[in-house]
Design a protein around this ligand. Structure first.
Ligand code: GLN
Length: 492
């Protein structure tokens, strides 16, 4: 079969189970596409062809033996932030260019246990800091919809790989939008689960109170399959939650659109810098949901102006603490010929970290320093609580909250926005992380340059099934999620 890359996860699952094709055929098909097309997309940092084929053969044996799960033999790409035993894990940084983890992240281990075949590790902004994937030691990844544009970030490699049909789905992580924004820029569906729903064990830390892994795929249905693997309590992550997981696939039609109350925050649609096409496509998608029976209710989220400053204190503060471990001594990059220990520390960190990471370490260390701790860090924590309360108040009168995922479509590669301009682009995503809420991006059309636009739906805690269900039904009634970038149409 030459069009295996067009199949949904359900079709792959059924095709493998019904012996229409083998996991080896499917894996070889994807490896061929990667070899042919990823020279242009540059989504993979590491392709693990040999291991993938061995896993595929094991999957085929399991399918024959009747011990397969729904996903046995289905290929996946992992964001290069998830530790993979015996395979390089770089987090997009020179600091970890030589790092081979002695263990698997829980998400990776669960994927293996479910029989997923790892195609490789995909590119990202260094330590997940950024919105374009240009902050990677391995260079920029291209947006499959227009190779001169960025795929978004930080999970830009995950998004580009899926959008170019170089993986059927991928893992991502979202600290301030890094699943939703690249999904938006690449025309994909991406779910950021509630904080604590997916284990962070073995997921290289950026800002621990905000980081959360989740699925990136072509549809809500595909995301649901991956959520069934990723979600769940993990004794190795003390912030993971003991709450029962849903069967996200079985729940795809569990939420009625009829009567669904969708909150439209007044403040969100008056943001300076909200692109007219983005606004129009998002409004059209909401109109469609209204036609399907939902009620649109205008709401207030009064803390909107505080999102960017609050996030850009808390996230760098936690990052500066998490990144202390990269000292050139235990693992990672080590400067050559140090003259003493201090020189080793200084040069290892100066040479090993890129500019954006260093900027955030400086901001974070400053905000945590003795004289400024109360004025910046403690204040930001208080504002964070107010932002959370603002959402909880809104959820008293609505079921979900709608927003764009980003104020614009994908930037040009090399657009060279200032750090502040870049940070302002995170306005619609970061509050969700500050509050620990789940949110999903769904593709809802294109701008005048044929770049994808995304609708974000934010839910109350543990409403992942509801978000997936709403988007699934929207996708049953529309075809935006079936559109493919030209490069994805090419055969290998
Ligand atoms: N763009 C945001 C940042 O640079 C979010 C990144 C993320 O979610 N990892 O911090």
């Amino acid at each position: 079969m030459t069009d295996l890359h067009r199949l949904s996860i359900r079709e792959l699952s059924e095709g493998l189970a019904g012996a229409k094709f083998s996991s080896r055929e499917l894996t070889e098909h994807y490896l061929k596409r990667i070899a042919k097309l990823d020279t242009q997309v540059k989504s993979y940092v590491t392709v693990t062809a040999e291991q993938a084929l061995a896993q595929a053969d094991a999957a085929d044996a399991a399918i024959k033996a009747g011990t397969a799960t729904a996903l046995t033999g289905v290929p996946i790409a992992h964001k290069d932030i998830f530790c993979t035993q015996g395979i390089k894990t770089t987090a997009g940084s020179k600091m970890l260019d030589n790092f081979i983890s002695p263990y698997d992240a829980t998400v990776v281990a669960k994927g293996k246990a479910a029989g997923l075949v790892t195609l490789g590790k995909v590119n990202m902004d260094e330590f997940a800091m950024g919105s374009t994937s240009e902050n990677s030691f391995y260079g920029a990844t291209a947006n499959p919809w227009n190779l001169g544009h960025v795929p978004g970030g930080s999970s830009g490699g995950s998004a580009a790989a899926v959008a170019a049909d170089l993986a059927p789905f991928a893992t991502g992580t979202d600290t301030g939008g890094s699943i939703r924004q690249p999904a938006s820029f690449c025309g994909l569906t991406g779910l950021k689960p509630s904080y604590g729903r997916v284990s962070r064990f073995g997921m290289i830390a950026y800002a621990s109170s905000l980081d959360q892994g989740g699925p990136m795929a072509r549809s809500a249905e595909d995301c649901a399959y991956l959520m069934n693997v990723m979600a769940g309590h993990d004794a190795k992550d003390s912030t993971s939650v003991g709450k029962d997981v849903d069967d996200y696939v079985a729940n795809l039609n569990s939420t009625a659109i009829q009567g669904l109350r969708i909150g439209i925050p007044k403040q969100y649609f008056n943001v300076a810098g909200l692109d007219a096409d983005v606004k129009a496509r998002v409004e059209e998608s909401l109109k469609k949901l209204e036609d399907m029976g939902a009620t649109l209710i205008e709401i207030d989220l009064n803390m909107t102006e505080a999102y960017v400053p609050t996030y850009y204190l808390i996230a760098p503060a936690e990052a500066s603490s998490n990144l202390q471990r990269y000292d050139g001594v235990r693992y990672g990059y080590r400067a050559e010929n140090p003259i003493d220990l201090m020189d080793l520390y200084k040069r290892s960190r100066s040479e090993g970290f890129g500019a954006e990471v260093q900027r955030r370490i400086l901001i974070g260390t400053y905000a945590l320093s003795a004289g400024y701790y109360d004025a910046y860090y403690v204040k930001a924590q208080k504002v964070r609580r107010l932002i959370q309360q603002d959402f909880l108040k809104a959820f008293e009168s609505v079921d979900v909250i709608a927003a764009p995922a980003a104020p614009t479509t994908a930037y040009k590669i090399g657009a060279n926005l200032s750090p502040v301009e870049m940070y302002l682009g995170d306005i619609y995503t970061i509050a969700v992380n500050l509050a620990g809420l789940p949110a999903i991006n769904a593709p809802v059309g294109f701008d005048k340059d044929n770049l994808p636009v995304g609708l974000q739906l934010i839910g109350n805690y543990w409403s992942e099934s509801q978000l997936l269900s709403v988007v699934h039904q929207y996708q049953q009634a529309t075809d935006w999620h079936t559109k493919r970038a030209a490069i994805a149409e090419e055969n290998a």
